[in-house]
Design a protein around this ligand. Structure first.
Ligand code: B12
Length: 492
């Protein structure tokens, strides 16, 4: 049984994407003849009842995935629940357990941690558990024997072309089909590569993927997209790679294949590095059906860009912004604030760059400004400890890292209020939020009022005092906390 816990940010029909990691680790198990159930807490109405109904003596183990953050809260609730009704081992995997293996394995609701890519390691583990063979020789796991913790040696990365196809039939794909690409209604996600060769200080890639970029054969990717489009009647596809644009020639070949074979009407992509776009043929990109790209800019200050090792300058960023302005492709630009060395000038440079985008390319979207967060396994995580950041000492403490500027020790005190207000009000400075609530009249009116207020603050650079957005933030936090509470009460 493989479980995807809620994340705390799940909006039905808006943000719930397929549990790709679990489907990947299920692939070799299915080939080997195991029966695999994937349960997704985000979409199962009576989730805990379902877990109870499904669990039987035949189960080899329960596998739970989690990212860092509030998903851990739900993952822990689920693990405790399973612990109470069954004796099967509980295996944790995914980003957080990998990056914080020692803390994770020390939690009483975790029996084994699978570190890194799970396809091969998990198969070996299941085989050994099923045959009641010892697990001490399996690379890539951390485990416990009584009070003693073992971290077995690391496992090499997988050869992506040697992996079994993703078993989409294991999930009810219809429940994950979303309108994620502008002008298109039905899309699902694929991944075509893993890792990223860059060294940005805030990204998990350096430790999770050892900065190694590995790619699937692009013809196999095209075939997978063709299959998905036919099987699920898709008009679009979303690429969820760490850095899809890392290899320019591969992108051009991909675009040419999409055009020649008329594979899919539209596509979009997350995690785009802006420097990787510099050599791209934008005409070809547009012709191939590219509709939307999520691009990390991070800051409008040269000083900050060099601090985070982004390896780009503002002029080069502006060149790319200008190129998108003449195209139909919608660029979503991501920004962060709250860097330890950021002062008011740096912040205003970021606001200026955001304004430049709104002026130059009015169809572009700006992400709400995110607070830079010391995720485990990043260089930033190590750096901010010098500023008094004390990392959570146990797995459950990581569940509550909805850091606000007040408790983000690395932000200079005089910047905290402004940073927090900017993260809140930038959600409403363009139509990104409004587009999400299109079908709900009341929410739409509510959003429009907030947009008017946000634009006023934005226009007059009044970022210090934004009581309306602080209140909204409190309400959201309360909602998240009470939903988690409700989940505990409604377990059965
Ligand atoms: C899609 C996506 C989402 C989706 C849903 C995730 C999903 N369906 O899996 C949504 C929108 C919900 C999301 C939300 C967030 N995300 Co996100 N997301 C991604 C993204 C782009 C793709 C995930 C994916 O499909 N990967 C491909 C699969 C194959 O890889 P995988 O999940 O790692 O799985 C492999 C292994 O980890 C392992 N494995 C995974 N699970 C398990 C379970 C078991 C039992 C075992 C044995 C093995 C195992 O085996 C798998 C196959 O090898 C990744 C970046 C990336 N390219 O991975 C970021 C990423 C996972 N997200 C990240 C972050 C930070 C977030 C947010 C916090 C962002 C935010 N500011 O709000 C929120 C988290 C919300 C919360 N409160 O917890 C970080 C995670 C860092 C971390 N330390 O956890 C990533 C890595 C991006 C980054 N570069 O920083 N995200």
């Amino acid at each position: 049984m493989l479980i995807f816990p809620k994340t705390g940010q799940d909006l039905k029909n808006i943000s719930i994407q397929m549990p790709m990691g679990l489907m990947c680790i299920a692939a070799p198990l299915v080939q080997e003849g195991y029966r695999v159930t994937i349960l997704d807490q985000r979409i199962e109405e009576y989730f805990f009842r379902k877990v109870k109904q499904c669990l039987s003596n035949e189960h080899v183990c329960a596998g739970i995935t989690t990212m860092t953050g509030s998903q851990i809260l739900y993952a822990l609730q689920i693990a405790k629940f399973i612990r109470n009704i069954s004796h099967i081992p509980i295996v944790w995997g995914g980003n957080h357990p990998t990056l914080m293996a020692d803390q994770t394995i020390r939690n009483e609701n975790v029996d084994i941690v699978v570190r890194g890519e799970g396809e091969i390691t998990f198969l070996e583990l299941i085989n050994n558990l099923y045959l009641k063979k010892p697990i001490n020789g399996i690379n890539g796991i951390s485990w416990r024997d009584g009070e003693t913790i073992y971290h077995n040696p690391e496992r090499d990365f997988c050869d992506l072309d040697g992996l079994h196809p993703v078993p989409y039939d294991l999930i009810d794909a219809e429940k994950y089909i979303l309108s994620q690409v502008p002008g298109k209604r039905r899309s699902l996600e694929v991944y075509t590569s893993r890792g990223c060769p860059s060294n940005c200080i805030f990204c998990y890639n350096k430790s999770f993927n050892k900065s190694r970029y590995r790619k699937k054969n692009i013809n196999a990717v095209i075939e997978e997209i063709e299959y998905l489009a036919k099987r699920y009647n898709l008009d679009s596809i979303v690429i969820n790679d760490d850095n899809f644009f890392a290899d320019t020639e591969r992108i051009h070949y991909f675009c040419k294949c999409l055009i020649a074979k008329k594979v899919i009407q539209g596509w979009g992509c997350l995690g785009v590095r802006i420097d990787c776009l510099e050599k791209i043929n934008f005409g070809l990109l547009e012709e191939s059906g590219c509709k939307q790209l999520y691009i990390g800019i991070e800051s409008g200050s040269e000083k900050i860009l060099s601090y985070i090792k982004k390896n780009i300058t503002i002029n080069r960023i502006k060149d790319i912004i200008n190129r998108f302005s003449g195209l139909k492709i919608i660029a979503h630009y991501n920004f962060m604030v709250g860097y330890p060395i950021e002062d008011r000038d740096d912040l205003f440079h970021t606001v200026e760059l955001a304004r430049y985008i709104m002026k130059t390319d009015p169809k572009a979207y700006l992400s709400s400004f995110h607070l830079i967060t010391p995720y485990p396994g990043t260089e930033f995580y190590e750096m901010v400890q010098r500023y008094g950041f004390v990392p959570p000492r146990a797995l459950d403490k990581w569940a509550n890292i909805r850091w606000e500027t007040e408790n983000a020790a690395w932000i200079p005190p005089k910047m905290r209020k402004i940073d927090l207000n900017l993260t809140l009000l930038t959600y409403f400075i363009d139509r990104k939020g409004l587009d999400r609530v299109e079908h709900n009249i009341l929410l739409k009116i509510f959003f429009k009022i907030l947009m008017i207020l946000a634009k006023w603050h934005w226009r007059y650079r009044k970022f210090k005092f934004c009581p309306e957005f602080r209140l909204l933030n409190r309400l959201m936090n309360y909602k998240i906390a009470s939903e988690a509470e409700k989940d505990i009460l409604n377990r059965l």
